[in-house]
Each structure stands twice: as C-alpha cells, then as structure tokens.
Write a protein that binds this ligand. Structure first.
Ligand SMILES: C[S@@+](CC[C@H](N)C(=O)[O-])C[C@H]1O[C@@H](n2cnc3c(N)ncnc32)[C@H](O)[C@@H]1O
Length: 257
C-alpha cells in the first residue's frame, strides 16, 4: 500500500465525521453549461442544491444509455452521484465502491433506493469477478490512486465485452498524452474525449458561495483552509492552477472494452 493511501482514506473518513447531517453527499467540482440556450437538466426539488455536481454526473454517466445495465461506480464517495444514476438513469443495478469505510457506512445507512448498494474496496484491486458490469463510472477520484495503469486494468477486467468506462477527472495538462497511451495499452478504445475544464471552472464560480457557506457552517476553524482548497473555492491554489491558468485539464472520456 502506498504511504499516501492511509492519508487520503483518513481525509475522506473525516468528511463523514464532519457531515453527519448529510449536507455533502457529492464532492466533485461540478459542471455548468457555457451556452445560455442550453436547457437545464430537470431535477427533483431535493436534488437542486447539488445541481452542479449532479450535472457533472449527467455529462459523464449519461453519455451512454444505462437503462437495465449493471453499473459500478469506483470512488463513489458519499453516494450522491450513485444515487442520481440509480434514480434518473434507470440501471438494472447500481453499485458504489469507495475505500473510505466511513463513507460506505454513511451510504449504507443513508440511501434506500432499490437497486442501489455500496461496498468498501480499492480501485486498484476491485472485489468483483471478471465481466461483472456493463458500465463503470469514475468521477474526480483517480487522481488519488497510486497507479492509473493498475486501475485501468482492473476496470477492464470487471467490464463485460463491449462495456463502457465513463471516466472523468483532472490531471496536469502535460500528462494527458501519457494517460491516452495508458488507456490504449489497457485495451480500451476511445469512443469520445472532451476537455470540459471551462464548464468545470464555470461551475466552481457559480457554486462558490454555497460551498463557502457550507464549509464555514460545518468545518472546525483549523480545517477550513484545507476544505476551501479541497472544494476548489475561488482564490485557492486548486482553483487558480487547476483550471483557470490551464495547468490542469478536466477531461471526460467514453471508453469501450
Ligand atoms: C473527490 S471524491 C469524489 C467522490 C464522488 N465521485 C463525487 O463526485 O462526489 C474522491 C473519492 O475517491 C475515493 N478514493 C480515493 N482513492 C480511492 C481508491 N484507491 N479506491 C477507491 N476509492 C478511492 C475517496 O475515498 C473519495 O470518496
């Protein structure tokens, strides 16, 4: 196990300790349309608060028809995205996997959506038989992993032939070619690829006030700075370098086994 893994796990366990009221069920930067004529995604009232993070799920997981499929999300966090997929995209089964035991406990107690389940495990050693799923979703999680090639090999193993890997995260701009190479080495073909950095940046700007209020309300003073950074609030290093200056790219891939 890499030394940073326990640190990352402790951080995400800490999120569950702080957010006992389930105000933070999604933990990604979000997606916003750049086109004012774009029709907004129709959401139930209860989901409006997480609109931007849900829109990112819709952009990534909604790229193929998941109706009736067996879907796995790797790095499901506090389950808001897996719950969105289960309720709106109508898969036959939806499994969320995360390596934070506290996040998995939270999800198992919080959600009661038929066909939705959660289990603890590691992206680099998935606890599933080969050819178990029609689609795998992975959003803003892979930057935490020790080895992307090992992760890609695991996703390829658990997918059925013809299955889709719906993959989105940020990475340094100069590592994107390496990632494309790793993807083709792992046996996937790239069906589509998009740079969604501008959409993610717009979501960060639009949702900044809500996230800042939430953090100010819930997080102990000593940890606030870390949470601002984690949430990519305006003025932080993650916000400035990650996307605004173009040093990091937020990508979205549709891959096929
Ligand atoms: C930024 S959060 C995103 C969570 C979720 N996808 C969302 O958008 O709300 C990253 C998640 O990846 C999980 N994670 C990090 N490393 C992991 C690993 N090796 N295996 C499984 N999950 C991992 C963390 O525990 C965390 O829940």
């Amino acid at each position: 196990m890499m030394a940073r893994e326990p640190v990352i796990r402790r951080w995400y366990d800490q999120m569950s300790r702080i957010d006992r009221d389930a105000d933070m069920t999604l933990m990604n930067y979000g997606w916003a349309s750049l086109d004012s004529s774009h029709l907004p995604l129709r959401l139930e009232e209860v989901d409006e608060v997480n609109r931007y993070s849900i829109q990112l799920y819709h952009q990534v997981a909604g790229a193929v028809d998941l109706r009736g499929s067996d879907v796995l999300e790797v790095g499901s966090g506090r389950g808001g995205g897996a719950s969105f997929i289960a309720r709106y995209l109508e898969p036959g089964s939806m499994t969320g996997l995360d390596f934070s035991p506290k996040a998995i406990d939270f999800c198992n107690n919080h959600y009661s959506v038929p066909s939705l389940g959660f289990r603890q495990g590691n992206a680099e050693n998935l606890p599933f038989q080969p050819s178990s799923f029609d689609a795998v979703v992975n959003i803003e999680s892979s930057h935490c992993y020790g080895s992307i090639p090992v992760f890609l090999k695991e996703v390829h193993r658990v997918l059925r032939p013809g299955g889709h890997f719906l993959y989105s995260d940020y990475c340094p701009e100069n590592q994107l070619d390496t990632l494309r190479h790793q993807i083709s080495q792992s046996g996937f073909s790239i069906k589509s690829e998009a740079d969604i950095s501008a959409n993610v940046l717009k979501a960060l700007q639009t949702d900044d006030g809500r996230k800042r209020d939430l953090i100010n309300r819930k997080v102990p003073r000593l940890l606030k700075g870390f949470f601002y950074e984690f949430a990519g609030l305006q003025g932080t290093r993650s916000y400035n370098s990650a996307l605004r200056r173009g040093e990091k790219i937020y990508f979205r891939f549709v891959l096929e086994k």
